[in-house]
Design a protein around this ligand. Sequence first.
Ligand code: ADP
Ligand code: MG
Length: 385
Amino acid sequence: MVEIRIENLRKTFGDVVATDEVTIVLEEGNLSTLLGPSGCGKTTLLRLIAGFYAPDCGRIFFDDKDVTDTPPHKRNTGMCFQNYALWPHMSVADNVAYGLKLKRVKGLRYTNSAIKRRVDEALALVRMGDLGHRHIHQLSGGQQQRVALARALVIEPGVLLLDEPLSNLDAKLRIEMREEIIRIHKEMSITTVYVTHDQQEALSISDKVAVMDHGYVQQFATPREIYSDPQTVFVADFIGQCTFLDGTVESIGDSIEIQLPDGQRIKGRTTIDGYPFEKGESVKAAIRPEDLNLEATGSSDNEIAGTVTRTIYIGNALEVYFKVGQIAAQSLLEPDLSIKEGDKIFLFAPQSEVMILPVGGVEALRKVPGHPMAMSEPPSTLSHV
Ligand SMILES: Nc1ncnc2c1ncn2[C@@H]1O[C@H](COP(=O)(O)OP(=O)(O)O)[C@@H](O)[C@H]1O
Ligand SMILES: [Mg+2]
C-alpha cells in the first residue's frame, strides 16, 4: 500500500491557477475524495498525482519516493476517467488486457495465460465475469463503468485514481456503483483518490474528504469533521445546509459572543483550533437547520428572533424558512407544529452548535499557528478563477 504525500503543490495554465498550496497526506489504503464545484481544480490535482501534468512548484511523494519527475507509466497508478475512455472496437476482455500487455515487470512481459488469468480475476471482481467477449458498444453505461474499473485494477496499481467515475450514470445506478466501489476498495485496500462534485457521494464513500475551492484545499478531514467542524464559510456552505448570520465579535472566552446587525447577541464556539479571534472582527455564525429548535431549554441566551417566510411539510419534519433582520435562515422542526408565514418565532440554538467562522476563507487560516496555510508560500499574484 502507498501513502501519497503532497507538499505545496501548484499548477497554473497560463494565468489561470488551477491548484495552489496543496499540502495533504493521503493515508495508505484510504479512500480519499477531492470534492468541490466544477472548475475548482479536482481533475488537475488528480492528474498531477497520476503524472500527466508537471507542477509549477511543490513535490509529490509515494511513500518515501519523490515521484514528482517520474513519468505516469512508472508510477503504478490505475486511472478511471470520467468518460471511461474505452476502445469501442475491442472486446471487454481486450480492453481490460490492454494495459497488461504493455506492462513489463523487471523488463519481462506477462505470458498470455497470466494475462488471461488476471483479466478473468479483474472482471470477476467487478462482476462482469461472463461478459468478457462482448463489445463495448453492447454494454450499458453501468457495465462500461465496471469495465473501466476492471481495466484500472488489472495492473494491480499501488494507487487508484477515479475522476467522477459515476457522473454519467443515472441516480439509481450511481448509488449501486457507489456501493460496488466501496466493496472493491474494502477487498483490495488500494490507496484511492476519488474525484466528485457530489457532496452526498463524497460523505458516503470517503475515509477523508478534501474540500476544494478555487484551487485550494480548504479542509481535509473525515466526513464527520467536515460537517461538524467546517474550517471556512465555503466548507460549511458546500456541505449540507447552513444559515449564516453576519456579526461582529463582542467577547472571547470559553465561548465567543457576537452581535448581529439588529443588535441581537448570540454565543457560539470556534471550529478552528488556535484561530486568534479579535474583538470587533467581522465573522459569520453558521447554524445547521437541525440545530435551531423552538423550545428554549431554560437559557434564554441563544434565542434568535425571526419572522417566518415559508414552511414546507416534508413528512418527518417541517422545514421553516424565516428572516432574522434581512438574513434568510432555515430550521428543521417537528412536523406537527402549526407555524405559518408571517409568524414571529423565537428559535434556540445551543452554544455548542453555533459555529463562529472568520470571513476570510483560506486567508484567515494563515493566522492559525502551525496550519499548513500559515507555512506555505504567500499567494501568487496570478488570478484564481
Ligand atoms: N489543460 C488545461 N488548459 C487550460 N486550463 C485548464 C486546463 N485544465 C484545467 N484548466 C482550468 O483549470 C481550472 C481547474 O480545472 P479542473 O481541474 O478541470 O477542475 P474540476 O475538475 O474541479 O472541474 C479551471 O479553471 C479550468 O478551466
Ligand atoms: Mg474535473
